[in-house]
Ligand binder design. Structure first.
Ligand SMILES: Cc1cc2nc3c(=O)[nH]c(=O)nc-3n(C[C@H](O)[C@H](O)[C@H](O)COP(=O)(O)OP(=O)(O)OC[C@H]3O[C@@H](n4cnc5c(N)ncnc54)[C@H](O)[C@@H]3O)c2cc1C
Length: 504
């Protein structure tokens, strides 16, 4: 438990997916919490001040992006979207909530991180599912293209299943569970912060970019932020970094926590020599086919939209490559999007993502100046096994798109491998891949800082007291899941750990 000394007991840096959860849970327990968020806070959902594109769960918004950019395996330029707004990426993501496979959590616990096994996390998943109002689409809500995909996947040998969100589920296809309420993307700010917004223990300092953590004698005592262009210091007994996979290591590095030699190169005073800060960066790489939608697609969509809302993404297949070290290692998750350049006004996308990448990259500071974004190198497909597994998934997706149930909706190819022979397909995968928007791992959790850990199993930064991390950066290894639900669960668990008696 925290001692009460400053104006706030806890500063939560970043009111994003995990940050909103951590803050709300601590306020519910009576702690005074300041959430310091770089982006805007549009207030409670019921006040109606949120921009339409952040609410509309039918499509992915393009506003509020931090602007991180980097390269793919073939040197192609890729955008690494991250949301700068209260609610973080949960306020602009695809809303698919798949918890993944129990074995990944059991491996996490077995690596010296007690409390993180599938069975121990199960009640927290249930709590987050309830708060985020996660639900399944009813069969009649599945739009024609998505239904066509599911029927085509079954025809290609993958069984239909209703356990895509079961920790023990395996290969199969079905509709994605989503945190969508009446067409609204139900982000963690609505789910967690709104119920405590009226509590005087909660302060939200919006449009306030944290530059660094304030540290003295090996202990964090606050943060320095830029608020409305002016520097400001905020103090508390505990600082919890929830600034995300890129934001959190940037702040740690600027605070003098990271590889000592790199920090000195930028003239930063070293508080803790932790070589793993910024390392272990990984993501789910993805390859996709794109087609113009057909006239039939347009007509069926018009008919469907008279009765139901028309989501762009709804269905998913979990498949296993020969390299899989668990029940499945690939997701196929088709979507459609309006495209005025196409005769029928629609574009159809069939992507395949590898859920168990072996490749690891790194985030590095370019400068000590907080206004300069870090260099982000994902090292996508650096390990040959990753491209091989993705290649298996691409070949399976090719079988699916040839099935009549989906082929009727697919017109001219817009993004397609020119040659399907092995070597050529491998080159196409490298030069044309994208990602599944799931970067993680830059502040890896583990018991021993000498073995590449940045935080301990309770989320405490090794070597600095009063400082914790709770966001996607702490994963050792991405689970074979869509991570937003797990990140809310992580927020729940780190909050529980902070609230334990004698917790540092
Ligand atoms: C386009 C897109 C689609 C996605 N679709 C899905 C999906 O369908 N399902 C799924 O499970 N996952 C999806 N994801 C991934 C998922 O949303 C993210 O992995 C997850 O939300 C990240 O949570 P987080 O708490 O780690 O970080 P974030 O939610 O990014 O929160 C970090 C917060 O910290 C703030 N911040 C950063 N730096 C600072 C600073 N210096 N000072 C103050 N504040 C700061 C940010 O503004 C942000 O609010 C998607 C992601 C994207 C981008």
């Amino acid at each position: 438990m925290i001692e009460r000394r400053g104006a706030s007991d806890v500063i939560v840096v970043g009111g994003g997916t995990a940050g909103a959860v951590v803050a709300a849970r601590l306020v519910e327990a009576g702690l005074r919490v300041a959430v310091v968020e770089a982006g805007p806070d549009y207030g409670s959902y019921r006040l109606g001040g949120w921009p339409a594109e952040l609410l509309d769960a039918c499509a992915l918004p393009e506003t509020h992006d931090w602007g991180y950019r980097g390269q793919g395996a073939g040197g192609q330029q890729l955008a690494f979207e991250r949301a700068q707004v209260i609610g973080g990426c949960s306020a602009h993501n695809g809303c698919a909530q798949l918890p993944g496979w129990r074995g990944d959590y059991d491996a996490w616990a077995a690596s010296g991180c007690p409390g993180w096994s599938g069975e121990e996390l199960r009640p927290l998943f249930a709590r987050s599912i309830e708060r985020l109002r996660v639900r399944h689409f009813s069969p009649e809500e599945i739009q024609p293209f998505q239904r066509g995909f599911l029927e085509a996947a079954v025809a290609a040998g993958i069984p239909f299943t209703d356990d895509v969100d079961d920790l023990d589920g395996g290969v199969g296809c079905g509709s994605e569970p989503v945190n969508v309420v009446d067409g609204v993307r139900w982000n963690t700010a609505f789910a967690y912060l709104d119920p405590v917004r009226d509590r005087r223990e909660l302060t939200i300092v919006a449009e306030a970019a944290v530059e660094r953590v304030l540290i003295a004698n090996g202990r964090a005592y606050g943060v320095r932020a830029r608020v409305a262009g002016q520097p400001r210091e905020l103090r508390a007994d505990l600082v919890v970094l929830c600034a995300g996979v890129y934001g959190t290591p940037e702040i740690l590095l600027r605070s003098g926590i990271g590889p000592a030699a790199d920090l000195r190169e930028h003239g930063i005073e070293v508080h803790a020599d932790l070589p793993a800060v910024g390392a272990n960066l990984h993501d789910h790489p993805a390859s996709q086919f794109e087609f113009a939608g057909t006239e039939r697609l347009r007509e069926e969509f018009e008919l469907f939209a008279r009765t139901y809302w028309l989501p762009e993404e709804q269905a998913l297949a979990k498949i296993a490559s020969p390299m899989a070290d668990g029940p499945f290692d690939l997701h196929v998750y088709p979507w459609v999007e309006p495209d005025e350049a196409q005769p029928a006004g629609w574009r159809c996308v069939v992507p395949v993502a590898l859920l168990t990448p072996k490749s690891r990259g790194r985030l590095r500071l370019r400068s000590a100046d907080p206004a300069v974004r870090a260099e982000v190198d994902h090292a996508y497909l650096a390990e040959a096994a990753d491209a091989a597994a993705l290649g298996y998934g691409v070949r399976w997706a090719l079988q699916v798109i040839r099935q009549p149930q989906i082929a009727a909706y697919l017109g001219s190819p817009l993004w397609f491998p020119p040659d399907l022979h092995d070597g050529a397909l491998d080159r196409w995968i490298r030069s044309a891949h994208t990602h599944y928007w799931h970067p993680a791992g830059t502040c890896r959790m583990g018991p021993d800082p000498a073995k590449s850990a940045v935080v301990d199993p309770r989320g405490r930064v090794h070597g600095v007291r009063g400082l914790r991390v709770a966001d996607a950066s702490v994963f050792q290894k991405l689970p074979r899941a869509t991570p937003a639900l797990l990140i809310a669960v992580l927020g729940e668990r780190i909050a529980d750990l902070i609230l334990e008696p004698r917790s540092g």
